[in-house]
Design a protein around this ligand. Structure first.
Ligand code: NAP
Ligand code: MG
Length: 401
């Protein structure tokens, strides 16, 4: 009989997804998790068809379950655009599930690269990970926008608590039509963003950078800068000094210049859009999107783990034709280990935490010894390389474990 499986006490929330990552998801469970762990999970199918069927209620339910249990693991999901609406015959262009989940949990997304020997970052000075913290609320992600005709006038109207109105002209579109957008953020969310970043920096013992464009955006971005500065002065300055780490604010364009010259090893807190864009740049420069992990940390103590990449439709189409694909499962596997480790931490299950550590070590050692998927084989400098397909790679990880 096989060795007894590791027990769990509380479930993790399992959010299934779409296309190739849905295939990867099931294989990871079958090959790398279920043989070793007596898996307890509460399953939510966030695949596009089920989101459509439930009018997206399943996404909301899965976020609420995360509030109940504290830990979730999520598969990549399709964010529908016009082409996807047609492809799947959707009732409507459902919102991004990640956006919906983030606005319910009000968290910050921390993305960090998985570093392995033999894969050198495109920026040779980067020796340590650069962790991106993306503010996961507001700005253009929950903006309203419209197309306006020539001859229109756009105004920003705020109805104050006493009923009076403050009107600011945005643009008089006298001669030409155009576009206009209204976006917002709220102090509560910016504060919890700042707090989560300060706390995460302390827990990881890493310096914290924050950047925005306060010189141009004198009220909007300046608010972010002030909230961070005030909280740092009042609550974190001493703790940071004791921990031997620093907090540093700079303009976003100066930040990017400094990042390129740095050796890494810090957390870079970014506004929502900056974090979206720069995290893809960092992922590519550190090696591969398939080696980037992501965790949504909420100030209320909920954690949602996922891979940073999408559903990899190009590989899925090959898979549907019956071809073996060399899809890299590492980031999705590390989402599972991240969630199981956190579950173990919360429930005091040392063997579950140990399982997560060993699974990650086995994966990294496998790649360092030359066994990897095609995407990594292209960039790895290991001499004796063996390119494996998805099933072969996962099977080897499980064997090594
Ligand atoms: P993607 O799925 O990340 O794929 C882009 C390309 O990156 C792939 O074609 C592949 O390159 C490479 N790649 C990404 N992950 C890989 C892996 N694990 N192993 C090997 N190669 C990998 O991005 P996309 O094509 O822009 O988006 C596809 C769908 O995913 C969209 O519907 C989007 O809405 C969704 N999406 C979801 C999330 C999320 O749920 N968190 C995030 C981003 C995108 P090659 O083709 O060269 O092999
Ligand atoms: Mg992005």
């Amino acid at each position: 009989m096989a060795k007894e499986k590791i027990k769990m006490t509380t479930p993790i929330v399992e959010m299934d997804g779409d296309e190739m990552t849905r295939v990867v998801w099931e294989k990871i469970k079958d090959i790398c998790i279920i043989p070793f762990v007596d898996l307890k999970s509460e399953y939510y199918d966030l695949g596009i068809q089920n989101r459509d069927l439930t009018d997206d209620q399943v996404t909301i339910d899965s976020a609420n379950a995360t509030k109940k249990y504290g830990v979730a693991v999520k598969c990549a999901t399709i964010t529908p655009n016009a082409a996807r609406v047609e492809e799947f015959g959707l009732k409507k262009m459902w919102k991004s599930p990640n956006g919906t989940i983030r606005s319910i949990l009000d968290g910050t997304v921390f993305r960090s690269p998985i570093i392995v020997n033999g894969i050198t970052p495109l920026v040779p000075s980067w020796k340590k990970p650069i962790v991106i913290a993306r503010h996961a609320y507001g700005d253009i992600y929950s903006a309203v926008d419209c197309v306006v005709e020539a001859g229109s006038k756009a105004e920003l109207v705020v109805t104050n608590p006493d009923g009076t109105q403050t009107v600011t002209v945005i643009k008089d579109f006298a001669k030409s039509g155009g576009i206009v957008m209204g976006m917002h953020n709220i102090d509560d969310s910016i504060e919890s963003f700042a707090r989560t970043c300060f706390e995460y920096a302390l827990s990881e013992k890493m310096d914290l950078w924050f950047s925005s464009k306060d010189t141009i955006s004198k009220k909007y971005d300046h608010r972010f800068k002030d909230i961070f500065a005030e909280m740092y002065e009042n609550e974190y300055k001493e703790k940071f000094e004791q921990a031997g780490i620093t907090y540093f604010y700079t303009l976003v364009d100066d930040a990017i210049a400094r990042v390129m010259k740095s050796s890494g090893g810090f957390i870079w807190a970014c506004k929502n859009y900056d974090g979206d864009v720069f995290s893809d740049m960092l992922a590519t420069a550190f090696g591969s999107l398939a080696m980037m992990t992501s965790v949504l940390v909420s100030p209320h103590g909920y954690y949602e783990y996922e891979a940073a990449h999408g559903t990899i439709p190009r590989h899925y189409h090959k898979y549907l034709k019956g071809e073996a694909t060399s899809t890299n499962p590492i980031a999705t596997l590390f989402a599972w280990t991240g969630a199981l480790r956190k579950r173990g931490e919360m429930d005091g299950l040392a063997d579950l935490q140990d399982f997560a550590d060993r699974m990650e070590r086995a994966t990294i050692e496998l790649v360092e010894s030359g066994y990897m998927t095609g995407d990594l084989a292209l960039i790895s400098t290991v001499e004796d390389k063996h390119v494996l397909n998805l099933d072969e790679f996962l099977t080897k990880v499980a064997e090594k474990l």
